[in-house]
Ligand binder design. Sequence first.
Ligand code: GMT
Length: 375
Amino acid sequence: MKIAIVCYPTFGGSGVVATELGIALANRGHEVHFITYKQPVRLAMLNSKIHFHEVHVPQYPLFKYQPYELALSSKLVDMVKLYGIDLLHVHYAIPHAYAGYMAKKMLEDQGITIPMVTTLHGTDITLVGNHPDYKTAVSFSINKSDVVTSVSQSLKRDTIRLFDIKQDISVVPNFIDAGKYNNNFTDCQRDMIANEDERIITHISNFREVKRIPDIIRIFHKIQKEIPARLLMVGEGPEKEGAEKLAEELGIANNVVFLGNSEEIEKLLCFSDLFLLPSETESFGLAALEAMICGVPVISSNTGGIPEVNIQGVSGFLSNVGDIEEMAANALKILKKDDVLARFKQNAINEAKKFDITHIVPIYEEIYQKAFELA
Ligand code: GMT
């Protein structure tokens, strides 16, 4: 099959999922065309089955807002015709489903029928898409997709609750390539980051408000009062500066390392003892799953799709959003004793393996077949 994947190329769950899916599809013999404004961050190696087509948005002074959707839908039409692409798979409803539908209609006008699969990722439904300024167009483009998938049961429920959806939604969970995370790093340089007696606690995100970054600093503040510990904050975003200030105010700045964006998160996770994800909402929590496959237990909120990934008392603990007292106490339960930590680490790996890519890619292939039948 020749598949066009439309996604955000930046650091962020939906782009990561789309990129890893494209690579896996190419490994199974499909021809995959990534169509977006920049080469996706995890698309390091291009091979003969993987193509990348950059969407250019010409800058013109008349426009206050440059029309990306227009450039994307034109590019989709051109690439479908040039490469004989069979199917569009758009990740994140805004504006990809909308642009994809426009491309589909333009192609129809030229006698070409192409199915479109839309995968909903979370904030396109729960935060951004739900905004009254976008809602009408988001509902429309979801309903016009041939097949709609969501990354968790929770996101499916949210979509049905928040939008007038006439489409069936198939839940296809996010995944990891367990083979890639073999925990076999010979250069797992723990001593570069922390002293031998310190536990290493990690958070990775885009530092948006929804991640409740101040909670992470406050939870760590409580933990380090009881045991020697260090906090690694990985990523960039609007809440980062405030977090740096908060760490300073609480007198823990020396124990908190802000690393910025990293393309080698598995190397950072290989020496982490605990992952913190206290988000306000999270459709799935891919970052938690990536931590788990590296043997890192998770302390998280119990919101959205996180309970479908992090299992209470097994791979970590879940608490109500904002309950930093309980989150810190649970973190200490895991971190204080070596044998308890070892048990949670192994459990985390076992739970994460249930989301191995080998189980998930065939589900997408079935969905593509269904989309052909429906288009
Ligand atoms: O977490 C983010 O803010 C990034 C966002 C994205 O679209 O890249 O992540 C969403 O999609 C991920 C992949 O499906 C999910 O694992 C995240 O839980 C989801 N984020 C939220 O729902 C806040």
